[in-house]
Each structure stands twice: as structure tokens, then as C-alpha cells.
Design a binder for this molecule. Structure first.
Ligand code: M6R
Length: 602
């Protein structure tokens, strides 16, 4: 939530900041702003407005200077307005903030500044607090202020009397740094600055970065120098644009055969699962007697598929928890619990806090994460990175399918190590897994058929999705996709459950989507389809080829894989359906209303 950027160097800052903000816009698009040290006026000048970066750009013609900070906002404290936009300036301090300051009201009272603040934000209070402590020593003022605030923060700070220098400090919220011969850069996400250097680092928590055109130095709160871990960018930054697609979501859907292949193939050796390069310790798979998956939204749906596959193949009980509820529900955890956290961004605060809680209670941990060096990755004992590459569209697609692919690998590895499957059994599991990218490609090739089907959904206000067994969690994810980008209310039901109340809502105006990929459940699913059809519903059926039958008309034929491996091709069809409904409704597919890609508030 919220994106921050900073640059100081030998070039004009304006273009660099605005370009970075455009990349970071997926983190929040309520408002945007920049603050640049003006060499003639000898102070930091702020330009900001409610709305998208494009609007800000049109207001920045006069912005001059070679050092500045910028922000794109997802509103928490204070509504969407020009004044609540960042940067915030108080006295000689200007800052941008990502995160939440929990005790801002108390600090505001303590400083007695209520009538001096221009905004309703928690962030402006931090600017006031630093300014309150500033007597010429910026580090001292920042340290004093940071020690007083509680909450999460990534802060980039400038002082009017310290030209061209940026200070950064963080707690939980990410700040990534890099430098080259043209200057030094900071951002909430490497995507915004990756084009400037392939070497970068994550600013350690509670340390101060001093950023000048010559480079970046870091000291802890005792003034001791800190050496960060240098990371190497392994995403092809040149392919990070839309590559001719109208929306990132379409591009990311189309990338799935490749990224799934990359996620799987790098972890298969002699047709057996192999996590050697991930340094995953086998004992986490052999010594646990229960697994707890913790995640939010789409990532949690990946966990539901994982549960199905692991329980079936390894006989280990798996519970899947919404991260936001986890620690408030008296979870049963012990040193035989393996916690698997799933997160594309690796920054989701609920997932992070739940992970920390479980570790404190003695659980072993493994995280499935897309963003290298992210907080969840660093807080976890073991990490398996998905090879999805940058996912920019708010609606998650390729991150989800690569997370599911990792769950298949985990199930195979556990079954092998625990002796649930023979070596040949594991090899045959892996053979099935390797067929997924091709099956996905075959769905994508026929996307125009799905586009055609999506026409029937354009005017719908409500829809229901029904499926049994593995199809049910797939539809939970399909339903979330449709809701978040098309604004059609959608609910997924285990088909048998619909008639226990919700069938009352079925009319001829509620299209129903039925997914049928599980052989053993076909006849029951056909009956459930009849039940809704006889109440007037139009049913779109997505059926696996080998299960086609004269008992039910097929709207879209899914490729044939063994039942347990259908979760990925099925969801691709549903992602396309949601995508076409949204784009044909003329909506902003990549940036749906009220949402942000990275959710760093509880
Ligand atoms: O970055 P994470 O995977 O932890 O994010 C969790 C959810 O916020 C995320 O999956 C969300 O549900 C998707 N953007 C929906 O498409």
C-alpha cells in the first residue's frame, strides 16, 4: 500500500520520480506527489494532487532540481484529497510514508500541533515530530522520532537546509536501494528502480540510509555502519512493460505457460522433485505431523489447492487459514507444525504477523513467495521463490498458478520423503505436473472462445459458481477474480451446498458457472446443474474433455490432465473470463477501484 521513490544525482529528478511513480502506481492510486529540492529557492518544494500519476505529471512542468522524493497513495488515514496526498511538509522537514502510524493521535496531542497540520494523515504527524526534534542533526532527529512512533513505516525524508540529500528509514514496510554513476535511488519496489542497476539491497529495518549523488551509506541507531546484503535482479526488466497488451493482466495471463514451466523445471532432477537450490531442509517435510497454510486472498486459495493435493498424496492434515484471523483463533501450533506462508509480494502484513506469531510458538516455517528479499521471505526459515516475475496487475494470475505449482512440488517431495508414494509413483506424479504448461497453452490458444462466452456476463449483477472437490477452491479463486475486476457480485459454492439456502437467489438473471474436472463427482455435479437450470439460470459449463457427456451441454472444453492437475488449466479459463468481462465493460482492469496490489495494513 503506497509506493515511495527517491532519487538524488546528476540528472533532473522530475522524470525519474514520475517514471518510478507510474511503475509503483499499482501499490495505490488515490493520489500522487513529488517533492524536489529547488536549487534557486533553496528549499524542498512539493507538488501533489488527488488522482493518478498522469494528473500529477501535468502539474509538474515547473519542477526543477536533481534530488527528490515521490509517493503514490492508497488512503488509510484521511480521505482521498489534495491535502492528504504525500509528500507532507512540516517546518523544514518533507517526507513520504508507506505504512501506518498507530499512535499518531497521541503524538499530535503531545506536540499540540492540531491547528498547524494541513492534512488528516498519520504521516504529516511524523514530519512534525521529526521537525520538532531537528536542531541541525538529521540522524538524531529521525532516531528520536522513530523511537516514539509505533506502527509500520517506510519513510523517505528531506530537510530544507540539507540540499540534495535524502534520508530513509523503515520498519516492516520495504525500501529498496540501488546506485549507479548517475546517482542513487530508493523505492518501495525494485521494479521502480531496477532499470538503473541490477545490484540492489533491501534497507535493513531500523537503520538510517543517507542517500547522496555519490552513493548510499547506512548506519544503525548507535551510529555504527551497516553492510546490507547485496541482491542481483533476476527479472528481465526490459520485459516488464505491457509488451503490446492493453493491460498487464492480459500479459501476465499469457505468460503462464513459461513461468509455470520455469517454476517447475528448475526443481525437478531425474524426474524427482528437488529443492536443493532453494536450500530447503528436508526435515521440515519429514518431522511435521500437521501443516498450517497462512495467506490472504488469492494466495490463500492457492493454499486450498495445496491442502487437497498434500492431504491426498501425503496423508498429513493441512489447515488453511486467513492470515488476518489466524492468531485470534487460538491456533493449535507445536514443534510438529509446519507453517507454509504464501504471498506474491512477501509484504502482506497479516501474513507476516501470523508467520512471526507461529514461529514464536515453535512452528517450523516455509514460505512460497514471488518477490526476492521481501520481508516474509526474510522472516521465514525456508523459502521457495515462485518464478513468476513481476506481477503488476492488482488481480493476481501468474503468481497464483506458480504458487499452486510449488504446492504440487511440495506434495511430491513430502510423499517421496515420507514413503507415501514409491519412486515410480513420484515420477509419475512429476510426469503429470510437467504436462501443465502445455495444457495451459492450449487454453490460451482458444481464448477467443472464452471471450465470446464472456458476452453473456456483461450485464449480470450477480453470479454463482458451482463445483465439487478440487473444483470448489478453484472457483473460490475464479469468483474473487471476477468480483475484483468486473464488479459483478459472485459467489462460489460447493455444488451440494447451494441448495441449503443460497439457491433461493437463483433466477433467470443470475448466470451460473459450473466447473467439471473431477471424474468421480460428475454425476452429482450434473444433478446440481439441473437444479439451477430448472430455476431459470443460464449455466456456462467448463468441462474436461474426457468427461464430456450427452447429459450436459459444454460451453468450454478444458484439456485433459489427470484430475488432480486440473486446478491450473481450469483457473486460466476463469481468469480469461473475468478479464474479458472487465475489459469489455470498459473498466480499468489493472487498477480496480478501492484496491492496491500490496496490502501492508491490517
Ligand atoms: O502479496 P500477497 O500474495 O500476500 O497478497 C495477498 C492478497 O492481497 C492477494 O492475493 C489478492 O487477493 C489478489 N491481488 C487478488 O487478485
Amino acid at each position: 500500500m503506497c509506493g515511495i521513490i527517491g532519487y538524488t544525482g546528476y540528472s533532473e529528478a522530475r522524470g525519474i520520480l514520475l517514471k518510478g511513480l507510474k511503475t509503483l502506481e499499482y501499490r495505490g492510486y488515490d493520489s500522487a506527489g513529488v517533492a524536489v529540492y529547488h536549487p534557486n529557492f533553496k528549499e524542498v518544494l512539493v507538488t501533489k494532487c488527488e488522482g493518478r500519476v498522469e494528473k500529477l505529471d501535468s502539474k509538474c512542468a515547473d519542477v526543477r532540481g536533481t534530488a527528490g522524493i515521490g509517493h503514490t497513495r492508497w488512503a488509510t488515514h484521511g480521505g482521498v484529497s489534495d491535502t492528504n496526498s504525500h509528500p507532507h511538509k512540516f517546518g523544514s522537514v518533507t517526507l513520504v510514508h508507506n505504512g501506518i502510524i498507530e499512535n499518531y493521535a497521541a503524538i499530535k496531542n503531545q506536540l499540540g500541533i492540531a491547528n498547524k497540520l494541513k492534512s488528516q494523515t498519520d504521516s504529516e504527524v511524523v514530519a512534525a515530530l521529526i521537525d520538532n526534534y531537528y536542531e541541525g542533526n538529521p540522524n538524531e532527529a529521525i532516531i528520536k522520532a522513530v523511537k516514539e512512533i509505533s506502527g509500520t513505516f517506510g519513510l523517505a525524508i528531506m530537510f530544507d537546509d540539507i540540499p540534495n540529500k535524502i534520508f530513509a528509514v523503515r520498519n516492516v514496510s520495504p525500501i529498496i536501494c540501488c546506485q549507479n554513476e548517475d546517482g542513487a535511488y530508493i523505492a518501495s519496489d525494485i521494479m521502480a528502480i531496477g532499470e538503473y542497476s541490477e545490484k540492489y539491497f533491501v534497507l535493513p529495518e531500523l537503520a538510517i540510509a543517507e542517500i547522496t549523488e555519490k552513493g548510499i551509506s547506512i548506519t544503525d541507531f548507535n551510529g555504527e555502519e551497516v553492510q546490507p546484503d547485496i541482491l542481483t535482479l533476476d527479472w528481465d526488466i526490459k520485459n516488464s512493460g505491457k509488451m503490446g497488451y492493453p493491460f498487464y493482466m492480459e500479459k501476465e495471463i499469457m505468460e503462464q505457460p513459461d513461468v509455470i514451466e520455469k517454476t517447475i523445471s528448475t526443481r525437478i532432477k531425474n524426474d524427482l522433485p528437488d529443492f536443493t537450490n532453494d536450500n530447503v531442509d528436508d526435515s521440515i517435510f519429514t518431522e511435521c505431523d500437521n501443516i498450517t497454510v497462512i495467506a490472504c486472498g488469492t494466495a490463500m486459495h492457492a493454499g486450498l489447492i495445496g491442502k487437497h493435493i498434500i492431504e491426498k498424496n501425503c496423508g498429513v492434515p493441512v489447515t488453511v487459514n486467513m492470515a488476518s484471523e489466524y492468531m485470534y483463533n487460538q491456533p493449535i501450533i507445536n514443534n510438529k507444525t509446519l507453517v507454509i506462508c504464501v504471498s506474491q509480494s512477501g509484504e502482506t502484513i497479516d501474513t507476516l504477523e501470523a508467520l512471526k506469531y507461529a514461529r514464536r510458538k515453535g512452528a517450523r516455517s516455509l514460505s512460497i513467495v514471488n518477490v526476492k528479499g521481501s520481508t516474509i521471505a526474510r522472516e521465514s526459515e525456508n523459502v521457495i521463490y515462485t518464478n513468476a516475475g513481476p506481477e503488476i496487475a492488482v488481480a493476481s494470475t501468474k503468481a497464483y498458478t506458480t504458487q499452486v505449482a510449488v504446492f504440487y512440488l511440495i506434495a511430491a517431495k513430502m510423499a517421496q520423503l515420507r514413503g507415501n508414494l514409491s519412486e515410480n509413483g513420484v515420477k509419475s506424479f512429476i510426469t503429470n505436473l510437467k504436462l501443465i504448461p502445455e495444457a495451459v497453452a492450449s487454453v490460451l490458444e482458444r481464448r477467443s472462445e472464452i471471450h465470446h462466452l464472456s458476452n453473456g456476463m456483461l450485464t449480470a449483477e450477480h453470479t454463482f459458481m458451482i463445483g465439487r472437490g478440487l473444483d470448489y477452491p478453484t472457483l473460490l479463486e475464479a469468483s474473487l477474480k471476477l468480483k475484483e475486476i468486473s464488479y459483478i457480485h459472485s459467489e462460489a459454492f460447493a455444488s451440494g451446498e447451494l441448495k441449503h439456502g443460497t439457491i433461493a437467489l437463483i433466477t433467470d438473471k443470475t448466470p451460473v458457472i459450473a466447473l467439471m474436472t473431477q471424474s468421480d463427482l460428475m454425476s452429482k455435479q450434473v444433478s446440481n446443474i439441473r437444479e439451477v437450470q430448472s430455476r431459470g439460470a443460464e449455466v456456462l459449463t467448463f468441462i474436461k474433455k474426457s468427461l464430456l457427456s450427452k447429459d450436459v451441454e459444454c460451453s468450454f472444453e478444458l484439456p485433459d490432465l489427470q484430475d488432480d492437475f486440473m486446478a491450473i488449466p481450469s483457473i486460466i479459463a476463469m481468469q480469461l473470463l473475468a478479464y474479458y468481462v472487465s475489459s469489455d465493460k470498459g473498466l480499468d482492469v489493472d487498477k480496480p477501484r478501492n484496491l492496491a496490489k500490496v496490502v501492508t495494513v491490517e
